[in-house]
Design a protein around this ligand. Structure first.
Ligand code: G1P
Length: 291
């Protein structure tokens, strides 16, 4: 079985649900406490053994590319001032040279199209997709839990979680067939169904392990929900000829693409912080008292 070495991170979205904060800053660069949101997702990928990340970017997203580069002036200044702790943190987060690629999605044609834009850089091997709007808090990380299932079952694997029934129309929803603990086989999946037509309340979390044949389906695909080329529709097609499993991963997700989800993530990761967690708790309690 081929190892999952590469991951696609689609980061071309405009972040309209968190405007005006995202007018000049990519939404992926918004801080979740002391690190940009994208760093959490890159860490999750690395923990799962990913060696190469392909970012599918767009105009006004160059801050992401700069963030994963060295910052010589800054590092020099920190060195001169003896600020070694933060210098070490910065240096440890710079990826190995050549381990990231950037390709542009030239028009917002949908998630399926964004993934398809990475086809030449992925080649003919299985790969992961992580949607950076979603930060998952899990131990081991969500993608690492999925790689475990992939190592047993092969084929394609997606992460799912239960959502309240009044929210199914915001997600891709699966039609589960059989359960084996947290691992499910499916009859199908549908992107953003109405509450009445949803086959379950199991939503697709934004983490995928896919076989390269998905690119063949994406290349000839018609538009689906919202007039966009949908990854969910291509997966639903691929399911007819390949094995597909869904994992109800252990952990919880934060949708940072909207203001409430972003705030939840910010507070949660502040409280979780190894050195600053207690301070953050005192601050939050004080703010609530001062109301
Ligand atoms: C995308 C996917 C959807 C998935 C969701 C997770 O939708 O198309 O299947 O459930 O991410 O956040 P989007 O949020 O980009 O509309």
């Amino acid at each position: 079985m081929l190892k999952i070495r590469k991951a696609v991170l689609p980061v071309a979205g405009l972040g309209t649900r968190v405007l005006p904060a995202t007018k000049t800053i990519p939404k992926e660069m918004l801080p979740v406490f002391d690190r940009p949101a994208i760093q959490y997702v890159v860490d999750e990928a690395r923990e799962a053994g990913i060696e190469h990340i392909v970012f599918v970017t767009g105009r006004n997203k160059s801050a992401i590319e700069d963030y994963f580069d060295r910052a010589y002036e800054l590092e020099d200044t920190l060195r001169l001032k003896g600020k070694t702790d933060i210098l070490e943190t910065l240096e440890s987060e710079v990826p190995e040279a050549g381990s990231m690629s950037f390709v542009r999605q030239q028009a917002p044609l949908g998630l399926g199209h964004a993934v398809w834009c990475a086809r030449e850089l992925i080649g003919r091997e299985p790969f992961a997709v992580l949607l950076p709007d979603v930060i998952v808090r899990a131990k081991p990380g969500c993608l690492a839990q999925m790689v475990d299932v992939y190592n047993r079952e092969g084929g394609n694997v997606i992460a799912v979680e239960q959502v309240p029934e009044d929210q199914v129309s915001s997600y891709g929803i699966i039609d589960p067939e059989t359960h084996d603990g947290r691992v499910m086989k499916m009859r199908g999946m549908v992107e953003k169904p109405s509450r009445e037509s949803a086959p379950s309340n199991m939503s697709i979390t934004g983490r995928y392990i896919l076989q390269p044949e998905i690119f063949d389906l994406l290349s000839s695909q018609a538009k689906g929900a919202g007039g966009e080329i949908q990854l969910t529709d291509a997966m639903d097609g691929l399911m007819k000829s390949q094995s597909f499993h869904a994992v109800e991963y252990e952990g919880g997700s934060f949708d940072c693409g909207n203001k409430a989800g972003y705030l939840r993530a910010f507070v949660r990761f502040a409280l979780d912080h190894a050195e600053e967690g207690q301070n953050a708790r005192d601050v939050v309690e004080q703010v609530l008292k001062d109301r």
